[in-house]
Design a protein around this ligand. Structure first.
Ligand code: PMV
Length: 326
């Protein structure tokens, strides 16, 4: 059989208004919308080839991927095979520009690159919205990495998920922000996001977190349109902390933030209190991301690196959406 092949590159994204909770776990349909910034520093390049292997394979870097990662990828690939009426086995080769297993989110960039490469390899002509909904099947946040800059994932209402995809809000050049990623632990997270969301569904604070999302989305859109950092700081920090409050109140509790994470969070708050335009956010892991005006990045990075509790610091800027390479 002749092989069908394509390569795509996608970048990670970090949510300013968090996605945490599903209304449909099979289709990764969210309980509410979310909003993020796509970053240039953390990217995944993925090649998909149909018909060149005896069975479905996923290679991450130089090594075969664990079964759970292949299963996630096949949620996207199986949908592509169904749409293209294709039965051929798939071989996926994926590599990250950042250290894997370092506790940095790679699922958003990985699944977005996979969706676009797989659709093209299979000869499907999908719209950007359809590619975003396809990436969502692998990992919810991946639907946002299809687009560059500031992106909103509209929760949608349709039972089949067709209206649950991301839309671009503002291009990367809209606002000269930068992000300092404070890596406090390089361990893989003990509880993945799907299991974590399932557990948090029973948290007495989850309803309160979800009830605030619509207002947070309105406030974040307005703050970004006006390039108002202190307004965006307020929304992003409360969205992050409400999400972590809901996680912590789950039974058994989900504690993603470590003592070192709180040291970084407090340092970001101190920076802003003395006039440095910066704020923090953190996801389902201990590493903290500090957003700032690009002109403040050197000072932010210096301050965070000097804390002594941070293993390494990465810097990133607003990035583009997914690109088809060949
Ligand atoms: O897309 P997932 O299943 O990896 O979930 C991502 C969840 C958070 O990163 C914590 C929040 C978000 O909106 O990205």
């Amino acid at each position: 059989m002749s092989s069908l092949r394509a390569t795509a590159r996608a970048r990670s994204n970090i949510a300013l208004v968090k996605y945490w909770g599903k209304r449909d776990a099979r289709l990764n349909l969210p309980a509410a919308g979310s909003l993020s910034l796509t970053l240039d520093g953390l990217q995944t390049t993925t090649t998909v080839c149909f018909g060149a292997s005896a069975s479905d394979e996923l290679v991450l870097g130089d090594a075969p991927a664990p079964p759970a990662a292949l299963a996630k990828a096949l949620r996207v690939v199986d949908r592509v095979r169904a749409l293209a009426a294709l039965q051929a086995p798939v071989r996926i080769e994926s590599s990250n520009s950042f250290p894997t297993g370092a506790g940095l989110a790679s699922s958003a960039s990985g699944l977005a690159a996979l969706a676009v490469a797989a659709a093209h390899a299979a000869g499907l002509a999908l719209s950007p919205a359809e590619l975003s909904a396809l990436a969502r099947l692998g990992s919810g946040s991946a639907c946002r990495s299809v687009f560059g800059g500031f992106v909103e994932w509209r929760a949608g209402e349709a039972a089949d998920g067709s209206d649950s995809h991301a839309v671009p809000l503002f291009p990367p050049a809209h606002w000269g922000l930068a992000v300092c990623v404070a890596v406090v632990s390089e361990d893989a997270k003990p509880t993945g996001s799907s299991e974590g969301m399932q557990r948090t569904a029973g948290s007495p604070f989850q309803a309160a977190f979800l009830a605030g999302v619509a207002e947070d989305l309105d406030a974040a859109r307005a703050a970004i349109a006006a390039r108002a950092l202190s307004e965006l700081a307020r929304v992003a920090e409360r969205s992050c902390l409400r999400m972590h409050a809901a996680m912590m109140a789950a039974d058994p509790p989900l504690l993603y933030l470590r003592p070192q994470s709180w040291q970084v969070i407090e340092a970001a708050m101190r920076l802003r209190a003395r006039g440095v335009p910066a704020f923090f956010t953190a996801d389902a892991g201990p590493n903290v991301k500090i957003f700032c005006e690009a002109g403040a990045l050197a000072e932010v990075t210096r301050t965070i690196a000097a804390l002594g509790c941070v293993r390494r610091v990465l810097e990133a800027h607003p990035g583009a959406g997914v690109e088809l390479l060949e």
